[in-house]
Design a protein around this ligand. Structure first.
Ligand code: NAD
Ligand code: USQ
Length: 427
């Protein structure tokens, strides 16, 4: 291992100059890397390209033609004159590579996107549950342990999820991470405390994010690691100011039953004349944010790091909430698409209300981009333009949260291959 002396930073510079982006080839990570590079940060990406390999496993591809990493980076340099460095390795498994990189490059901020992020993928089979847990908890703990070992005082900005809270609340707005509780002590007094908001994950993927929270709380308390955990809602949209500069920079667009998220799926379905696939009654209410706001929020978090000794900061990174059937009705009214109420493959509440506090990012200067016809049009146009790349066989959500009958469970346990998805084989 060779260690170089870090370049000295001139006094009076901003909170971070060098930003390491773990998972920087993904849907949120790539536009974030470009946004930060355009803003003048020195950016390096780490990614093991697992997301591209999962496309191979699922026999699907991003609707938009994403380019190989070397082409992406060359295009960015040609367009902006700025370089982004790429390191290909597995954050969960390659501790030494990560440690060396931290010690050599000494980033001031690390954005952590490097996790398996699809709830349906995490529920496909025992293999997928184990992979998601191993990968996500492994990546987070490896990062935290390596950061402690390196002695580098970098601020971690992690992408968490609104799903850690579940999607209901006891008649109150979901606060930003912490809940104030009043507890009766043994001598009858009332003690006030703040605890992490009780978790209520809806999938193995969401479960990993609830466990990430505990890891952050621990390393923050024990080692003083400075962390901002962004509890993000469902991201929609495709392009940002930077990704639309050149077609070779285009962002990925997932439409398949595992990785496609609901609003982008509906917009894409409308564009190709497919009925909108509402799960059950569509009474589920969820939080949303546009991809352009995702990259702005990450930049705001980097620019406003916690002080030394401060507890983990948790921000709810969402701009609005919508009921699924209302989204479908709105898109159908605009495009003439049909609505199909399909059987819900998930175990989730059929109807819920959702009220969320998001004051912290607004106070830092976020100007929310809310659902507007113009933005719908942008996504629909992207979808229409690349409709020829759509494989309609991949639209249905085949990943089931629960086996349907006891007999099936017994059989599946014996063979360890239970699945309704013909693509899934035990690995
Ligand atoms: P994505 O799958 O497109 O990107 C994740 C990237 O991380 C991929 O490029 C993948 O190859 C990489 N990666 C995964 N495991 C890795 C590992 N062990 N080592 C190195 N690289 C690894 O997902 P995304 O939509 O960009 O999401 C990024 C983060 O934001 C995730 O943590 C996700 O939970 C969170 N998030 C996403 C959404 C959304 O709607 N997309 C919403 C809320 C939160
Ligand atoms: N749904 C439909 N029809 C579809 C697809 C989904 O009705 O065709 C429903 C689902 O049943 C669910 C809701 O839409 O009730 C949202 O599903 P989704 O796939 O859009 O989002 P989800 O699985 O929750 O996961 C996504 C991201 C994940 C992130 C999460 C934020 O993939 O990484 O953490 O959104 S949140 O939802 O706030 O937890």
């Amino acid at each position: 291992m060779h260690h170089t002396t870090p370049a000295r930073r001139p006094a009076g510079r901003r909170a971070a100059e060098r930003v390491l982006i773990l998972g920087g080839d993904g849907f949120c990570g790539w536009p974030t890397a470009l946004h930060l590079s355009a803003a003048g940060y020195e950016v390096a990406i780490v990614d093991n390209l697992s997301r591209r390999k999962i496309d191979v496993e699922l026999e699907v591809d991003s609707l938009t033609p994403i380019r190989p990493m070397s082409e992406r980076l060359a295009a960015w340099e040609a367009v902006s004159g700025r370089r982004i460095v790429f390191h290909r390795f597995d954050v969960a498994r390659n501790y030494q590579r990560l440690l060396d990189l931290l010690v050599d490059w000494r980033p001031e901020a690390i954005v952590h996107f490097a996790e398996q992020r699809a709830a349906p993928y995490s529920m496909k089979s025992a293999w997928h549950k184990r992979y998601t847990m191993d990968n996500n908890l492994g990546a987070t703990n490896t990062l935290l342990a390596a950061l402690v070992e390196s002695g580098v005082d970098a601020h971690i900005v992690h992408l968490g999820t609104m799903g850690v809270y579940g999607y209901g609340s006891a008649g109150m707005k979901i606060p930003e991470g912490y809940l104030t509780v009043h507890v009766e002590t043994d001598d009858g007094d009332m003690a006030r405390d703040e605890i992490l908001y009780p978790v209520n994950p809806g999938s193995v993927y969401h479960l990993t994010k609830t466990q990430d929270q505990l890891a952050f709380a621990f390393y923050n308390k024990n080692d003083g690691i400075r962390i901002t955990d962004l509890h993000q809602g469902i991201v929609w949209g495709t392009q940002t100011e930077e990704t639309r500069l050149d077609e070779r920079l285009i962002n990925r667009f997932d439409y398949d039953g595992d990785y496609g998220t609901v609003l982008n799926r509906f917009l894409m379905q409308a564009a190709i004349g497919h009925p909108l696939t509402v799960h059950g009654t569509g009474g589920q209410t969820r939080a949303f944010i546009h991809i352009q706001d995702t990259v702005r929020c990450v930049a705001l978090a980097i620019g406003n790091p916690p002080a030394t000794g401060e507890r983990v900061r948790i921000y709810n990174q969402m701009t609005e909430t919508h009921r699924i059937r209302d989204l479908a009705t709105r898109i159908a009214a605009q495009t003439g698409a049909a609505i199909d109420h399909v059987q819900n493959p998930r175990v989730e509440a059929a109807e819920n209300d959702l009220h969320v506090a998001n004051d912290a990012l607004i106070a830092l200067g976020l100007k929310p981009t809310t659902l507007a016809t113009g933005l719908f049009t942008e996504v629909t146009e992207i979808a229409a333009r690349y409709a020829h790349r759509c494989d309609k066989r991949r639209i249905a959500c085949r990943s089931q949260w629960r086996r349907t009958g006891h007999a099936e469970v017994t059989m599946s346990t014996a063979r360890n291959t239970a699945t309704t998805d013909p693509l899934i084989q035990p690995i």
